[in-house]
Design a binder for this molecule. Sequence first.
Ligand code: T4K
Length: 368
Amino acid sequence: MKKENIFVTRPTLPPLEEFVPYLQQIWDNKILTNGGPFHQQLEKELCKYLGVEHICLFTNCTIALVTALQALRINGEVITTPYSFVATSHSLLWNGIKPIFVDIDPITLNLDPAKIEAAITPQTTAIMPVHCYGHPCDVEAIQKIADNYNLKVIYDAAHAFGVQTQTGSLLNYGDLSVLSFHATKVFNTFEGGAIVCHDAKTKQRIDHLKNFGFVDEVTVVAAGINGKMSEINAAMGLLQLKDIDSALQKRKVVDAMYRQLLQGISGISCLQNTGEKTANYAYFPILLSQDYPFSRDELYQKMHDAGIYVRRYFYPLISEFPMYRGMPSAAFANLKVAHQTANSVICLPIYPELEMQDIERIVNLIRG
Ligand code: T4K
């Protein structure tokens, strides 16, 4: 019997019939975009759910990152991690900013605060860390450095929807945090994203920037972009929000199952949840060491041959792509931990509907 393919993730979707009334409302009032009623309602509900003061919805996270940098007028050099999805650094290049890569911490796999200071120059204006896999950066240490050197902090929080620390939402740290609501994320609006900010004035500036810079019919205050989320996506978000707690709970069960079944397999380690009070179980990365009998790429191939489409997030490192690799900070010697991690990571499938028998099938393959 042919076994079904398993993908690294599958989007959670509400029952189709529950979406129809939302569509009906859009058809009735004929407001399709430009900050319509669903857009406004989703911003309000997300603020409440996430425990943040202000949120600006976007068409996707990448445009939101580009806009976040514009909003704070960042230029010159920005310190960032090479261990992320390319969108993090691409948002800098789109603004004519030079990314300065700094190595990651071997435990959290996030930007290593101990290595940031050495990378600061007179041109440095900001730090752009990533809460990789939804695990919090060392936010206190990063803020201390930013305060000492008068730098802004923009978190790429694409993976961090719903993550709470001891003090509340992780998204409240830094000057801005940028979320992704892409199909592959824990909370999806098909495509989508958002910037979390802390005051009404910044929200207003971001709202202008995402709408071409328009303030009113005849006033344009900045060279803005079109980054608005449409009413269909916002409606999907409202519907998704109703079931988000149950989706996160199911992810937690999958995460716990993996941890239990993978225990004792020599050469395989799981990433530990360190800084979070409430995790979101967005990804399930494992790291392979020399004790494992196969190389990372052999295991990757073996799993793909069996129809289990694991992914090597984040290999290759961003600093290895042609538009970055000539930069001095992209040198191998500067990024040893990131290279080691990128060469040993595999992200296992994790999503709310992943069944127990699938998890067993995945772990059995790893166990060999
Ligand atoms: N910053 C960080 C740290 C990020 O990780 C990302 C995106 C961004 C910024 C930018 O966010 P957005 O601008 O996209 O909002 C995926 C996603 O496209 C990307 O959003 C995500 N990170 C990245 C980590 O993963 P791919 O190229 O691996 O996606 P893809 O199409 O291969 O999908 C992976 C698997 O998911 C498929 O094998 C099957 C499943 N899938 C995917 C889609 C799109 C579905 O079942 N249904 C779907 O509709 O990049």
